[in-house]
Design a protein around this ligand. Structure first.
Ligand SMILES: *Cc1c(COP(=O)(O)O)cnc(C)c1O
Length: 366
C-alpha cells in the first residue's frame, strides 16, 4: 500500500486552472487571443520603471506602501483599506480563505470566471452556481441561491467569459439583498475597459459597506499580466483579515515599480479603452453580418467577445478552424459553453481576419 501524504479531500476535487493557449498542438506559435491580454502591450513608462526598481537582492516593501498610496490618491480611496496581491487572483483566494471553509458555500454565477470554483474549493468550501440569464449574472437567481451556509458571493463585472455587465442599480440590489455577514466580492478585472459614464458603483459600496470587497488588476487594460499585480479595497476589517493571510512579500520590487508608473500613465489606459471599444464595435458589426449562419455575439463591455454558434458551424469546428488559420481563442466546453468561443479583442487587422475566416468556415462547412 502507498503510504504517501494524503491531500485534503476538497483539494482532490480541484481541476487545476487551464490558462489560455498560445501554441498549436504541433508547437506552432499562434496569434494569442485566448487570455484577454492587452494587444497594445503596456505603458513604455512602466517598462522603463523595470530598470529602476529596488535591487533584486533586497526584499520588496511587504506593504507596497507607495503603490497603495498612489492607488488611493488616484481612485479617492483610503490607502489603509487597500490590499495588494500577486494578481487579483491572489486577492480572490484570500477572500474565500478568510471567510469560507469546510461546510460553507461560495456562490457565483453560471458562466463566470473559472477561477471562482478553484478558490472556493481551495478554502474547503462548496462552490455553488446560480443560473445565468442571457449569459449574464441574474441578480434574482443569485439571491435565491443564497443559503444559511453562503459566506462569500463573487460577481465579475464585466463578466468573464461572457462580457456581460450589470449596471449600478443591479449591483446595489444584489448587495441590498444579501445578509450583512456575507462577503460580496465585486471582481472588476475589466473595469478600465468600461465607459467611465457606466460606473457600477462598486468603489462606493466598498467604501461604505462592511461586507464588500472590490478587486482590480494591472493584468488587463494596464497590460501587465506577466508582472502579477492586483489589488482589493473594502472595509478596514476585511482588509485586515486578508492582510493577515497574504504572502508577506507577495508583490515584487519590479511589480511595484512597474505598476506605479503604469498607474501614472493614464494616457495608455485611455488609449487601450478607446482602441478596444473601436475594434470591438467593428468586430461585432462583422459578426452580425454572419447572423444567417447562426453566429452571434453576446453584448460585451470587456476586451473580449463571446461568440455563439447555433448553425452548421459549431463552436468546436470554429475553434479548430481559427487555430488552423493561426489564431488561438478560448473554447470552454467544460463550462457548458461548447457552443461558444471567447475571443480577445486584438488589433483591427487580426479581428478582420477572424471575421473573414469565420465566414469562410461557415460557407464551407458540410
Ligand atoms: C483576468 C481576470 C482576473 C485577473 O487575474 P490576475 O490574477 O489579476 O491576473 C480576475 N478576474 C477575472 C474575471 C479575470 O478575467
Amino acid at each position: 500500500m502507498s503510504t504517501g501524504p494524503i491531500p485534503k479531500p476538497w483539494i482532490a476535487g480541484i481541476h487545476a486552472y487551464v490558462p489560455g493557449k498560445s501554441a498549436a498542438p504541433d508547437g506552432r506559435l499562434l496569434v494569442k487571443l485566448s487570455a484577454n491580454e492587452n494587444p497594445l502591450g503596456c505603458s513604455p513608462k512602466a517598462l522603463a520603471a523595470r530598470e529602476q526598481a529596488v535591487h533584486p537582492s533586497l526584499y520588496p516593501d511587504g506593504d507596497s506602501t507607495a503603490l497603495r498610496e498612489a492607488l488611493g490618491a488616484f481612485h479617492s480611496l483610503d490607502p489603509a483599506r487597500i490590499i495588494m496581491g500577486a494578481g487579483s487572483g491572489e486577492v480572490l483566494y484570500l477572500a474565500a480563505s478568510g471567510y469560507a471553509g469546510p461546510g460553507d458555500e461560495v456562490l457565483f454565477s453560471q458562466y463566470s470566471f473559472s477561477l471562482y470554483d478553484i478558490v472556493a474549493r481551495r478554502a474547503g468550501a462548496d462552490p455553488v452556481e446560480a443560473p445565468a440569464t442571457d449569459y449574464g449574472t441574474d441578480v434574482d437567481a443569485m439571491l435565491a441561491a443564497v443559503s444559511p451556509r453562503t459566506r462569500v458571493v463573487i460577481v465579475a463585472n464585466p463578466n468573464n467569459p461572457t462580457g456581460t455587465f450589470l449596471p449600478r442599480a443591479e449591483i446595489a440590489r444584489l448587495h441590498a439583498g444579501l445578509p450583512g455577514d456575507v462577503l460580496l466580492v465585486l471582481d472588476q478585472a475589466y473595469a478600465e475597459y468600461v465607459d467611465p459614464a457606466q460606473d457600477d458603483g462598486s468603489f462606493g459600496l466598498a467604501a461604505t459597506a462592511a461586507n464588500v470587497l472590490v478587486t482590480r488588476t494591472f493584468s488587463k487594460a494596464y497590460g501587465l499580466a506577466g508582472v502579477r499585480v492586483g489589488w482589493g479595497t473594502g472595509s478596514a476589517e476585511v482588509i485586515g483579515v486578508l492582510n493577515r493571510i497574504r504572502g508577506a512579500f507577495n508583490v515584487s520590487n519590479e511589480a511595484q515599480s512597474m505598476a506605479l508608473e503604469a498607474l501614472v500613465d493614464q494616457d495608455f489606459v485611455r488609449h487601450s479603452r478607446h482602441h478596444n471599444a473601436e475594434v470591438r464595435t467593428r468586430f461585432v458589426t462583422a459578426i452580425e453580418a454572419l447572423g444567417n449562419y447562426g453566429i452571434s455575439a453576446v453584448p460585451s463591455e470587456a476586451n473580449f467577445v463571446m461568440l455563439l454558434f447555433s448553425g452548421k458551424l459549431n463552436g468546436e469546428t470554429a475553434y479548430n478552424g481559427l487555430a488552423a488559420a493561426g489564431v488561438m481563442t478560448r473554447w470552454l466546453p467544460a463550462q457548458g459553453l461548447g457552443h461558444g468561443l471567447r475571443i480577445t479583442i486584438g488589433t483591427a487587422g487580426q479581428m478582420d481576419m477572424i471575421a473573414a475566416t469565420l465566414r469562410k468556415l461557415a460557407e464551407t462547412v458540410p
